[in-house]
Structure formats: structure tokens, C-alpha cells
Design a protein around this ligand. Structure first.
Ligand SMILES: Cc1cc2nc3c(=O)[nH]c(=O)nc-3n(C[C@H](O)[C@H](O)[C@H](O)COP(=O)(O)OP(=O)(O)OC[C@H]3O[C@@H](n4cnc5c(N)ncnc54)[C@H](O)[C@@H]3O)c2cc1C
Length: 441
């Protein structure tokens, strides 16, 4: 069963021209379009399926600084401010709230890691509180257990994946931009080494700037342009339960299971970092670059099935611009949830939090997480093609940092001072990737 999703109106006709075309209506694409439209650019947002229907509606909704890699912490912090401001600026709601994120552990090594992260985060002005055993057990009373310790990050929060991307797309419409759904972008036209038009299944849009925010489809799209972008998709599954459990934290992580309260009062349950790797030819192609990532995460990654080959998002095929592409065959990437993970997740959640026994399972779904070799996204103009800004490979972190990523993209596209240092996200870094540090999930 797919994740819940609010709908957005579609602009009837694609325009002949735009100042910028955004390819992909996930959280990254919509925020990029929003900040570009806010600066007065004529924006066309083009989505092959429905706004937000892939990863951006299937995630837990966490918007966190807690335990973020040093390369992502600044953009995570700025994103929280932007989440805060978006509702007031646009009159649309994403249900963002700074509910705080709460972590519990009985593992000394893990608690030491969190304490080291707290010390590092302090140097960047981020406040997070280590909890001793008594405080962790008091705050975690709903588990009915005692804990060695925990950490609480009060300025972090959650937004609602079911309506965040649609709300931002509506804000683009209010600013005079256009939103085109069920319309795949097949490729780009170039003139003198620059983007000159975006070719969609409904015709071409002349534009000097294209933002490629295609999530799990981005690498195969880049391949059509002769650009190598190493991405492996990991199938991650979650369970949704109904409202009815009282006294639980809004967002809780433990090594065994994590829970998040949704806007409807129900909870989303998942096991952090656990996923299936459905083999594809793209994965074989990029395997050497991913060895450090797999070496680091193998405990949580399980072998998958043929789901990835059937979906077509990691095809190595070259397609023509005048014929339907794999993206028109698969409007919404909706992989089957992994039933073993669903059962395990639900059981672990009931064991951890007995109050959840009052709820019923309402849905389960999966999403393909587009991961880069170092677990850090690519945001920036491609060295190979002027005017093409790549924004993908968010490696399981893109929902929370979507506003900051969108703002940074708009900064880069308009030549404004960047909201954060863009260098850690340079797409060019993969050309010289040498077993660099792999970020945490
Ligand atoms: C189970 C799960 C839990 C997660 N939990 C969290 C979390 O708690 N916090 C967090 O920060 N992140 C989380 N993530 C990751 C987060 O959801 C993603 O990083 C983020 O949504 C990526 O946004 P995106 O816009 O890059 O991609 P997507 O949301 O995947 O959107 C890409 C869009 O591009 C469209 N598209 C692709 N190619 C084309 C084309 N050629 N033409 C037109 N349209 C195209 C697709 O149809 C799609 O709608 C989670 C992910 C999953 C799957």
C-alpha cells in the first residue's frame, strides 16, 4: 500500500520557455523551485508522476541535526530555520514542529559516540543534551525499561511527508510558477556546451538552467548525457500504525526500532539503516566505488530480489528523446515493502513500547533511497554541462535538509552568496573519489 500523499493541481500546458526548469517534484525539487520563484524567476517544475510520490512521501519525516556528519550539519541547521519560516512566508503548512528527537541506548560505545558528536556540534552552536541513565529512563518511561543513557536534541523536529512536497509545490504556483505532473523529462538540448532546452514527453521548454532533482532516477538520466554519477538505491521499508497509543515520545530512536508520531496521531515504525539491495547493472558498474560504504553498513544491508531490475530506475539503457522512456513506464517508483522487515519492525516496536499494542497496522510501504559512495548528496553545477545543476544522492537524509538544499540550488543558479559552503557537495568529487569517509545514515 503506498504512503499517504496530498494532491496538487497540475498546470494545463507546458510553457514554451522558462528561466529555470526543475526536473523532479520531490522535496528537493520543490524547494529549489520555490526559492527560485521567490527571486522572481519563471519556474517550470516537471514531475513524471505525482508531486512527492517517491521518497519524499515515504520517509519518517525527521528533520535532524542530531548525529549528522560534519559535511551536512550546517545545511541541516539552516534547513530547520527554513522549515520554520516556510509556513509564514507561503501560507502553506508542512506540519513542521520542533518536537525534539530522542535517542536511547544501553551500549557504552554508542553513548561515547553521541557524546563526542555533542562536543563537536557545540562548536557549531548546536545544542543537544546527553542524558544519564536516570534521566534517559525517566524520559523513556513508556518503554518500561531502564537505560544506560540517551541524547535529546530539542531544536530538531519532524514535518509531514504526506503533505510537505505538495505544500511547497502549491507555493510555487502562488508565486506564478507552473507545475506539470505525469510529464517525464526525457533529456536536454544543448547549445555551445550549455543547456538550451528541456525535452519533455509533452514538448520542449527553452531554458538556460535545468535542475536535475530526480532522486533514484538521476544516475540513469545523467548517463544519457555522458555524465557518470555513482548511485546505488537501497530499498527501505516502514510500517504505519493507527492512532491510539498514549504517552509515547514524538520521535524516538533505539538500535532496534525507531518510531515517529505522524500528524494523524498514528506512528511510523522502522529499523534505522536496514534495507535491501536489489541488484542492478548500475550497481555492478559502480560497485568498486561503493565498497567502503558496504563495508561500513553490511550488517544492516540485506540482499534483495529482481525488484530493481523490473523498476527500470537504474537502467543502463540509452533512450531516444522522441520515444517513451523507462520513466513513462514507471510513473511512481513503488517497490514492495520487505515483509520480513515489516514483521520484525512491528514486533520490535510492540516489545519496546507496549502502548503500541492498542494500535493496528494501517499500511506498509518501501522507498528506494538514492545513496552516493560517501553518503553525502551531490549539489552543484555539473562540470560537463553548464546550466545543469545536479541535486541528488541524498542518501537517506534529503527530507530534513530539503529546504537548505533547495535554497543552495537557487543560490548557485542565480549567483547569490551560498547559504552554506557548497564545496562538500560538489558533483565533481566522484571523479576523484578515493575511499573517502562514509557518512552515517
Ligand atoms: C523509508 C525512508 C525513510 C526516510 N527517512 C528520512 C527521514 O526521516 N529524514 C530525512 O531527512 N530523509 C529520510 N529519507 C530520505 C528522504 O526521503 C530522501 O532523501 C528525500 O525525499 C529525497 O528527495 P528528492 O527530492 O531528492 O527525491 P524524491 O523524493 O525521490 O523525488 C524525485 C522525483 O523526481 C521524479 N523524476 C525522476 N526523474 C524524472 C524525470 N526524468 N522527469 C520528471 N520527473 C522525474 C520522480 O518521479 C520523483 O518524484 C527516507 C527515505 C526513505 C525511503
Amino acid at each position: 500500500m503506498p504512503a499517504p500523499l496530498a494532491r496538487v493541481e497540475t498546470t494545463p500546458h507546458i510553457p514554451d520557455s522558462a528561466d529555470a526548469v526543475v526536473i523532479g517534484g520531490g522535496i528537493v525539487g520543490v524547494f529549489a523551485g520555490y526559492y527560485l520563484a521567490q527571486r522572481g524567476l519563471k519556474v517550470a517544475l516537471v514531475e513524471k508522476g505525482l508531486i512527492g510520490a517517491e521518497q519524499s512521501s515515504r520517509n519518517w519525516g525527521w528533520c535532524r541535526q542530531q548525529n549528522r556528519d560534519a559535511r551536512e550539519l550546517p545545511i541541516a541547521t539552516r534547513s530547520l530555520d527554513l522549515w520554520d519560516r516556510f509556513a509564514a512566508q507561503s501560507g502553506e503548512t508542512t506540519d513542521f514542529t520542533r518536537c525534539g528527537l530522542f535517542y536511547l541506548s544501553n551500549d557504552d560505545a554508542e553513548l561515547d559516540r553521541w557524546a563526542r558528536w555533542r562536543d563537536f556540534a557545540r562548536t557549531l552552536g548546536v545544542t543537544t543534551h546527553m542524558l544519564d541513565g536516570a534521566e534517559a529512563s525517566r524520559r523513556g518511561a513508556a518503554t518500561g525499561q531502564s537505560w544506560k543513557g540517551g541524547i535529546f536534541s530539542p531544536s530538531d523536529g519532524t514535518a509531514n511527508p504526506a503533505n510537505a512536497a505538495p505544500a511547497v509545490a502549491r507555493a510555487i504556483l502562488k508565486l506564478g510558477g507552473s507545475v506539470h505532473q505525469m510529464c517525464a523529462v526525457r533529456g536536454l538540448e544543448t547549445t555551445g556546451g550549455r543547456v538550451s532546452a528541456v525535452v519533455t514527453e509533452q514538448g520542449s521548454i527553452r531554458a538556460p538552467i535545468a535542475i536535475l532533482a530526480g532522486g533514484a532516477w538521476t544516475s540513469s538520466f545523467c548517463r544519457q548525457l555522458g555524465i557518470s554519477f555513482p548511485v546505488v538505491s537501497i530499498r527501505s521499508s516502514v510500517v504505519a500504525v493507527s492512532a491510539g497509543a498514549e504517552g509515547l515520545p514524538a520521535a524516538l530512536h533505539t538500535a532496534k526500532v525507531s518510531i515517529t508520531r505522524r500528524a494523524d496521531g498514528g506512528y511510523t515504525l522502522a529499523v534505522s539503516g536496514r534495507g535491501r539491495v536489489d541488484p542492478t547493472l548500475q550497481q555492478l558498474r559502480f560497485a568498486p566505488q561503493f565498497l567502503p560504504m558496504f563495508a561500513r553498513r553490511w550488517r544492516n544491508l540485506l540482499p534483495g530480489g529482481f525488484e530493481g531490475l523490473r523498476s527500470g530506475h537504474e537502467t543502463l539503457r540509452r533512450w531516444r528523446l522522441d520515444q517513451p522512456t523507462p520513466m513513462e513506464r514507471m510513473r511512481i517508483l513503488d517497490p514492495a515493502p520487505d515483509q520480513a522487515t515489516i514483521r520484525l519492525t512491528h514486533q520490535r516496536a510492540l516489545d519496546l513500547l507496549p502502548a503500541l499494542r492498542k494500535t493496528t497496522v494501517t499500511a506498509s510501504w518501501a522507498g528506494y533511497i538514492d545513496s552516493t559512495p560517501d553518503g553525502v548528496p551531490a549539489i552543484g553545477e555539473t562540470p560537463a554541462l553548464h546550466g545543469l545543476i545536479l541535486a541528488a544522492g541524498f542518501s537517506g537524509h534529503g527530507f530534513g535538509i530539503g529546504p537548505g538544499a533547495g535554497h543552495l540550488i537557487a543560490d548557485l543558479a542565480t549567483g547569490a552568496a551560498p547559504i552554506v559552503d557548497p564545496r562538500p557537495y560538489s558533483p565533481g568529487r566522484f571523479a576523484r573519489f578515493q575511499a573517502g569517509k562514509v557518512a552515517d545514515f
